[in-house]
Design a protein around this ligand. Structure first.
Ligand code: NDP
Length: 337
């Protein structure tokens, strides 16, 4: 396959890139600068020499026409995986910093493909559990799955960065499904909706201060942030390992039967108590850094989930929480503080 991957510098996208290349795809990935392209090029140099990896520079996915040039390639693309979207909470302007890039990036790439890339048969978009979860809570025993949609409103979206991020993913994914329903383009759509993603960091990172958002909990634990006050309860209560998530994206792109579907890709539920205990049991050097775990358990009953469709259609075999946490912590050790 000839495949376009957006946001190739990201935590998740770097794993997707590795999986695509190992599966024999010829990949063009978009990054924001030549410097980022050069770093990826040297990390994946074996594939550059075989002409299976090249780059397109897209500095800002929020800009009109940002992907118009990137979707055109010779040979033409068969598949597009759109992962680029801001995931952080460092903003007072959710509209500009979260909603615009998420929504314009998604609609912009779909329009560009429909207009100029007629060979594309499938577009896979990285959405999120943020587009599924209901912040108001669900009744005890509720089973979350891909049939759920976050009911967040436009007014709530700009209230704070947490709402802003969840709305950015919800509105962008909705816009994507509406686009294919209305425009009936020559491709079908798959969305991948992961909850909190743990897993080893393999993208370039100059220091742990610029770590991707979903691994911050583990960085904070090993740096002793919770040593005095103890670990709080988890905010997101489901998780997945980034390597399984990369497989999910690649299988979603390749498998015909995935077309038109939305996938809640999760290994299951977790508590910060379990995460803290895994760190204590596997890393004696961090044992005293973890802090009290008595307030980090599940609380009122364990949340329930249905990931059957990801098992049956995408064939994912999920890693255990212990394997994921151990490998993540090991990878963080190599990065300067
Ligand atoms: P990262 O922050 O590592 O990756 C985000 C990527 O998007 C980076 O490549 C970043 O480029 C790019 N990007 C962000 N804003 C822009 C912009 N305005 N213009 C161009 N590129 C931009 O996070 P993740 O890898 O965790 O996230 C990847 C995707 O997965 C996102 O869509 C996110 O919403 C989704 N997701 C992540 C989850 C998680 O727990 N990690 C859970 C659910 C969904 P640069 O690095 O150059 O800024």
């Amino acid at each position: 396959y000839r495949t376009l991957l957006t946001g190739g510098s990201g935590f998740i996208a770097t794993h997707i890139l590795e999986t695509l290349l190992k599966s024999g795809h010829s990949v063009v990935t978009t990054v924001r600068s030549q410097e980022k392209a050069d770093r990826i090029q040297s990390a994946f140099s074996q594939y550059v020499d075989s002409n299976s990896l090249s780059f397109a520079i897209v500095p800002d996915i929020a800009a009109a026409g940002a992907f118009d040039a990137a979707v055109v390639s010779d040979p033409p693309f068969d598949l597009v995986l759109h992962t680029a979207s801001p995931f952080h909470f460092n903003t007072k302007d959710s509209q500009k910093d979260l909603l615009d890039p998420a929504i314009n990036g998604t609609t912009g790439i779909l329009k560009a493909i429909a207009k100029s890339a007629p060979h594309v048969k499938r577009v896979v978009i990285t959405s999120s559990f943020a587009a599924i979860v209901d912040a108001a809570g669900k009744p005890a025993g509720y089973v979350y799955s891909e049939k759920d949609w976050n009911p967040i409103t436009a007014e709530q979206a700009v209230a704070n960065a947490g709402f802003g991020y969840r709305a950015s993913k919800t509105f962008a994914e909705r816009a994507a499904w509406e686009f294919v329903a209305k425009e009936k383009p020559g491709f079908d759509l798959v969305t991948i909706n992961p909850p909190l993603v743990f897993g080893p960091v393999i993208h370039h990172l100059s220091s742990l201060s610029s770590l991707n958002t979903s691994n911050e909990l583990l960085r904070d634990i090993i740096q002793g942030k919770y040593q005095a006050e103890g670990l709080p309860r988890a905010g997101v209560f489901f998780w997945v390992d980034v390597r399984d998530l990369a497989d999910a994206h690649v299988h979603a792109a390749e498998r015909k039967e995935a077309g038109g579907k939305r996938f809640f890709v999760t290994a299951g539920d977790y508590s910060n108590e379990e995460v803290g205990r895994i760190v204590q049991e596997n890393f004696s050097e961090y044992k005293d850094k973890v802090g009290d775990l008595s307030k980090a358990g599940y609380g009122e009953g364990r949340p329930k989930f249905d990931n059957k469709q990801s098992l049956e259609v995408l064939g994912i075999k999920y890693r255990t929480l212990e394997e994921s946490i151990v490998d993540t912590v090991k990878s963080l050790k190599d990065i300067p503080a």
